[in-house]
Write a protein that binds this ligand. Structure first.
Ligand SMILES: Nc1ncnc2c1ncn2[C@@H]1O[C@H](COP(=O)(O)OP(=O)(O)OP(=O)(O)O)[C@@H](O)[C@H]1O
Ligand SMILES: [Mg+2]
Length: 255
């Protein structure tokens, strides 16, 4: 499956993306996690130390020049080798004897709507790689987006299997989620799940035009709140059974 995560800042997109990637790998599936956010926090959320993080593709001027060029830009470069070449392997912690899949991280940097000169070429390369991953890659692909889906390009958006719109249980956050959902639907991505994060129980949601109809509630985890001052990783929590249940529900809601 090819799944993208979107929503307002700080709502838990990176956390859910890291959890689902880990869950799928522990179930034996190969998965590529794609960090397409400027904050580049997916690697650390998955347990990498700052020094282990790969240089984002947006900063690889050599590759941008080689594949896209400058002046006349090549907008359809061959990028099929780049996911394998640039991704880093992430460890998968599973019980002994369990056959796990590969979990890899590809760090893209930000895709912006506008741009000139080098930024424009960088965007063209990022979009080509994302489009390749969504259209051709055999592994599961999970994309942690900056906010919405509008920078992905229509063809890529249409090929994504599902969108997880993450929100906090607050009116403002849900209004953003509704906007993201409506825009994604307009761009051809109707299969959407609303993940309402950090809830206690299952609160009744306001009815807002554009809000995905399928809802998965994600409990506030005291273990994560208590630990996040010390470490950025969101994996290896005692709450794994609750997290795995959330992941299973997300997959079911998307299928
Ligand atoms: N269910 C949860 N329970 C407790 N803490 C959580 C939960 N989900 C996320 N967090 C914490 O909330 C913070 C923000 O989460 P996260 O970084 O995933 O959000 P984001 O939407 O990716 O943010 P940004 O827009 O900055 O990329 C993190 O410190 C994370 O550990
Ligand atoms: Mg994030």
């Amino acid at each position: 499956m090819k799944i993208a995560f979107a929503g307002k800042g700080g709502v838990g997109k990176t956390t859910l993306c890291a959890w689902l990637g880990d869950y799928l790998a522990r179930q034996g599936h190969d998965v590529i996690l794609v960090d397409a956010d400027t904050a580049l926090s997916l690697g650390q959320a998955c347990g990498l130390e700052p020094g282990e993080l790969p240089v984002p593709l947006s900063g690889r001027e050599d590759l941008i020049r080689e594949r896209i060029g400058s002046g006349y830009l090549s907008l359809n470069p061959d990028v099929s080798d780049l996911p394998g070449e640039l991704s880093v392997e992430l460890p998968v912690a599973a019980a002994e004897g369990v056959r796990t899949g590969r979990k890899r991280l590809l760090t893209m940097g930000s895709i912006t709507g506008a741009g000139d000169g080098c930024a424009c070429a960088a965007n063209a390369l990022l979009k080509s790689v994302l489009s390749h991953l969504v259209l051709q890659e055999r592994s599961h692909v999970l994309v942690d987006l900056e906010a919405g889906v509008e920078h992905l390009g229509r063809g890529t958006v249409a090929a994504v299997d599902g969108l997880v719109v993450v929100s906090e249980p607050s009116r403002r956050s849900l209004e953003t989620a509704a906007r993201v959902g409506a825009l994604a639907r307009e761009l051809g991505l109707p299969r959407q799940v609303l993940a309402v994060n950090r809830v206690v129980g299952e609160p009744r949601l306001p009815s807002l035009e554009g809000l995905p109809g399928s809802v998965v509630y994600v409990p506030a985890l005291a273990g994560l709140t208590g630990r996040q001052l010390e470490q950025a990783s969101v994996l290896g929590l005692d709450d794994r059974p609750a997290i795995d249940e959330v992941c299973a529900r997300l997959i079911t809601a998307m299928s």
